[in-house]
Design a protein around this ligand. Structure first.
Ligand SMILES: C[S@@+](CC[C@H](N)C(=O)[O-])C[C@H]1O[C@@H](n2cnc3c(N)ncnc32)[C@H](O)[C@@H]1O
Length: 243
């Protein structure tokens, strides 16, 4: 069970407000390429692929790389901009043993109910030595993410997510060791005004899980700040690599 429903309303909000374009992902493309070492014939699992933004980007960026998108929510699959996308989740990946060369999990790890089972399942489908790339906001790591500035109560939710140490410990039980950790920036919106206009509560787990009053107060703070702040909204999430 994910922390939120990922029903049709969430999926529509996610597709409308969370897709980033290549120009906003320059640093992510560089970091992912470095750890992935993409080459023709490679097969990459995008686990919890959502509405397919990353699967589509990887397919465009990396010639000859096959991206296998696996996603448990029917509503997210229905809106996926990458095809094919197959049903499955972190504890049941519908792929053969040792059949993929890398796994990508973007803002998924906090939805996985049992990280140890997920690590075992990834160990099964990955070829020996293949990397797992985890993009996430981990517990305690809210400082470089703009939304938490305006919705400080959402930090309470983030702090229930797995920490980097929690993920490393769970993956160690399946033989994975840390192979990289870095904070990677992205341009989330060209301005705070645009970010405020685009914001959809349903597209953000931490905003769904604060109270309505907390959300309303945060939204007012965000809109007030957007009247005066100029410049692009740049957020940094973490990239944890395990092998
Ligand atoms: C925040 S969205 C991220 C979607 C996509 N990875 C992205 O970054 O655009 C989280 C996704 O994880 C999926 N999810 C929830 N529980 C999962 C699980 N146990 N295993 C794999 N994916 C899961 C949800 O259905 C949802 O599509």
């Amino acid at each position: 069970m994910a922390r939120i429903a990922y029903d049709n309303e969430d999926a529509a909000a996610f597709e409308a407000s969370r897709h980033l374009i290549d120009a906003e992902l320059v640093a992510w493309r560089e970091a992912i390429s470095r750890h992935l070492d993409p080459r023709p014939g490679m097969r990459v699992l995008d686990l919890g692929s959502g509405t397919g933004m990353w699967a589509r980007a990887f397919t465009a960026w990396y010639d000859g790389v096959e991206v296998i998108a696996v996603e448990p929510s029917e509503a997210m699959r229905a809106r996926s901009v990458h095809r094919p996308v197959v049903p499955g989740d972190a504890e049941g990946v519908p792929l053969d043993d040792a059949s993929v060369d890398a796994a990508w999990l973007s803002t998924v790890i906090h939805h996985v109910p049992d990280l140890t089972n997920a690590a075992r399942e990834l160990r099964r489908v990955l070829r020996p030595g293949a990397p797992v790339l985890i993009r996430s906001a981990f517990a305690g790591r809210h400082h470089a993410i703009t939304l938490f500035r305006y919705f400080p109560e959402a930090v309470r939710v983030l702090d229930t997510y797995p920490s980097v140490a929690d993920v490393e410990a769970a993956f160690a039980t399946a033989g994975f060791a840390p192979a990289g950790f870095e904070q990677v920036p992205q341009t989330t919106a060209p301005s705070l005004r645009e970010a405020a206009t685009r914001l959809r509560r349903e597209a953000h787990t931490p905003l769904q899980l604060i109270t309505d009053d907390e959300y309303t107060a945060g939204l007012a703070r965000l809109h007030r700040a957007a009247e005066t702040e100029t410049g692009a909204v740049v957020d940094s999430l973490d990239l944890l690599v395990l092998r």
